[in-house]
Design a binder for this molecule. Structure first.
Ligand code: A3P
Length: 320
């Protein structure tokens, strides 16, 4: 039996909740399909407990590197890139690099989807400094300790059309939807998608990056794809671990770029089968291209997304 009155639960601050109240709190939230609406965003209900525990307990360190993404914008890729950049001095022999034998999601775990979803207060002491973690939470919903910290935040976003098409394939492959392509599209346009509304997710980090450029770096999938080495350099500089002249001359940036490329990662045995965080690993590597949406969206759908994003991003400086 529920111990929380639903209307009360809606107004309760999540940090006042005790774990025994999570289930009731979560079931009091508005739901659509697999999603629950919480503070203006749609979360997979399956991970709501992890979201609440993460918000309540995570203590950021000043040295932390946190990578934030909406789903399907290249999270797996960015995990590989950040891991390789930050740990490059420990893995000079690329033939023995951890990315050859570990999926990037193992090397850079999700906080709310993995660590805090498994345990109310996970033991994070085994993670060496600088700790490298990932989350799908929008900026406004990050734990206070993150917002008050000077830790570095790297954010990645992507053209909404490719993001949607990628999301659709992912949901289908993992049996996470019973909706048709068109129904999923309509929901996406209404903001109902994993960690959506997608536009609000992007705007939350974009605004923060304008106010605090030394703390939040926003990257775009398409730019990263077009000029990976330039952006790898930018990322390393932002993180305070710039590539030295010697590293540049020795081809280190190119090597990391190739190691993390779609062609290379997707062909590794470790990325071809099995599951991680309830996802089929193979579904994380589909095409990895820019503009694949033309094969799926009708001209009307394309226009609809153009109109929505033009309106939402008007005056923000954000374009696709
Ligand atoms: P597509 O479905 O368009 O192919 P996420 O990692 O956030 O779930 O995003 C998945 C998307 O990133 C998929 O896009 C996937 O193919 C693409 N992707 C995965 N690894 C990549 C890489 N190394 N380089 C570029 N894109 C990659």
């Amino acid at each position: 039996m529920s111990t929380l009155d639903p209307s009360f639960a809606q107004h309760l601050q999540e940090d006042q909740l005790i774990p025994e109240q999570y289930v009731d709190f979560i079931s009091s939230l508005p739901t659509i399909g697999f999603y629950s609406q919480y503070r203006g965003f749609w979360f997979p209900t399956l991970f709501m407990q992890g979201v609440l525990s993460f918000q309540k307990h995570f203590q950021a360190h000043e040295t932390d590197i946190l990578m934030m993404t909406p789903p399907k914008v290249g999270t797996t890729w960015l995990k590989a890139i950040l891991f390789a950049i930050v740990n490059r001095k420990n893995h000079l022999d690329l033939q023995k690099h951890p990315l050859l034998t570990n999926n990037p999601h193992i090397l850079v775990p999700y906080l709310e989807l993995h660590l805090y979803n498994k345990k109310e207060v996970p033991d994070l002491t085994p993670f060496p400094s600088p700790r490298l973690f990932s989350t799908h939470l929008p900026y406004a919903l990050l734990p206070t300790s993150v917002k008050n910290s000077t830790c570095k935040i790297v954010y990645l976003y992507r053209n909404p059309k490719d993001t949607f098409v990628s999301l659709w394939h992912f949901l289908e492959k993992n049996g996470m939807t019973t909706d048709s392509f068109e129904e999923t599209f309509d929901k996406f346009c209404q903001g109902v998608s994993s960690f959506g509304p997608y536009w609000d997710h992007i705007l939350s980090y974009w605004k923060e990056s304008l106010e605090n450029p030394q703390r939040v770096l926003c990257l775009r999938y398409e730019e990263l794809k077009e000029q990976p080495t330039i952006h790898l350099k930018r990322i390393a500089e932002f993180l305070g671990c710039s590539f030295s002249l010697e590293e540049e001359t020795n081809g280190m940036i190119n090597d990391i770029s190739k190691l993390c490329s779609f062609d290379y990662l997707s062909k590794l045995e470790v990325n071809k089968s099995g599951t991680t965080h309830n996802m089929k690993i193979e579904s994380l590597f589909r095409r990895g291209e820019v503009g694949d949406w033309v094969n799926y969206l009708t001209p009307q759908m394309s226009k609809k997304l153009d109109d929505i994003f033009k309106e939402k991003f008007h005056g923000t400086g954000l374009t696709f």
